[in-house]
Write a protein that binds this ligand. Sequence first.
Ligand SMILES: *Cc1c(COP(=O)(O)O)cnc(C)c1O
Ligand SMILES: [Zn+2]
Length: 423
Amino acid sequence: MSYLLKCIECGAEFPQGEGRTECDCGGLLDVVHDLSPLAALRELFDRRLRSWEPGNPIFQSGVWRFRELVLPVEETHILSRPEGNTPLYRSRRLSQWTGVEDLILKHEGENPTGSFKDRGMTVGVTHARLSGAKAVACASTGNTAASLAAYAALAGLPAIVFVPQGKVALGKLAQALAYGAITLEVKGDFDSAMALVRKSSRELGLYLLNSVNPFRIEGQKTIVFELVQQLSWEPPDWIVFPAGNLGNTGAFGKALAELAELGLIGRLPRLAAVQAQGANPFFRSFLAGFSRRERVEANTIATAIRIGDPVSYPRAVRALKLTDGLVVEVSDQEIMDAKAQVDAAGIGCEPASAAAVAGTRKLARQGIINRGEQVVAILTGNLLKDPQTTLAYHQGKLEGIKSTYANRPRAIEPTLEAVKEVL
Ligand SMILES: *Cc1c(COP(=O)(O)O)cnc(C)c1O
Ligand SMILES: [Zn+2]
């Protein structure tokens, strides 16, 4: 089993085992697997899923179960919590609200640190340690920092995280500090933190764990692998998900390309990437037929996708072209109302994740998602990540946002009379 690294821009190839995460030309790298000797993979993956061997990450992790298509390393080198194995939910309420009868939610917020970032991080940190990294680093809107901090602790490596000061949801910042990362609050936005960490990692020899890192992409592919496996290898018609730095968009496209090449699926679902209106560079590029790469100054309540200059743009364009995909934008109002619906269904998610559900509703209303089509919406992060925004919505205290589905707390006197009055 082997792989090599290949530059998306200039085509340069690098052998397995190099510690690099970017090409010398600055281009993004792809992990290219040698898929030819792989037979009977479906049986192998299904067997691992059925037989949980205690303590073995290849059996317990929804990432490493697919090791042959992720990172072929020896079991003893794998750093795993374990991650993945996230549930599929159906909800009458959400089917009605979105107008999509056959709606399935895959909850990536139920990963060990509360977001899908764990799937990429288990692979990235495993590779970092294998290649002899002395310290790992990332820029983050919060979840990447939380995840990196946790996996670095598992690896016994120091972690340095760069976050935009004052723009990180409470739960995520608390996690980064608690898991022991050196936390640098950069006076600027995410995009400036990203530029700074890239420069710092080149100059200071830090191993970079943003989604420019090709091994993170390999881990995030398993959202699609696992999802298709859960659907008995019958892909849905649509996969709808929030898009910020576009790592997932690229990863989903690569996952589908590989599944198709291996004959594990017979057709490709369409990808629908959802952006917030105030952070919509990819939507703008989509409208221009991907003839140019757009950058914006990003602003949205959904801090996880508050990104104006997404680094995985070339991967994401490739993914949408492959799958006849599209990009849709939704307002912060639509995001928060969708979140209130997901939360009230008893499922719950953070604001960015709700963009997937808001986008699903919009596409159904526009008649782009057809009646009878099966849609899987990816919930990327946990409800508990951003308690402040949730509380403010239900208390009617979000600036510029109507609390359409508010469930207000009610203060009462400590008497039975007062309880009766409320009920
Ligand atoms: C990171 C993140 C996103 C954005 O994913 P990209 O791969 O950067 O497009 C969306 N939602 C949540 C909760 C995230 O943490
Ligand atoms: Zn290159």
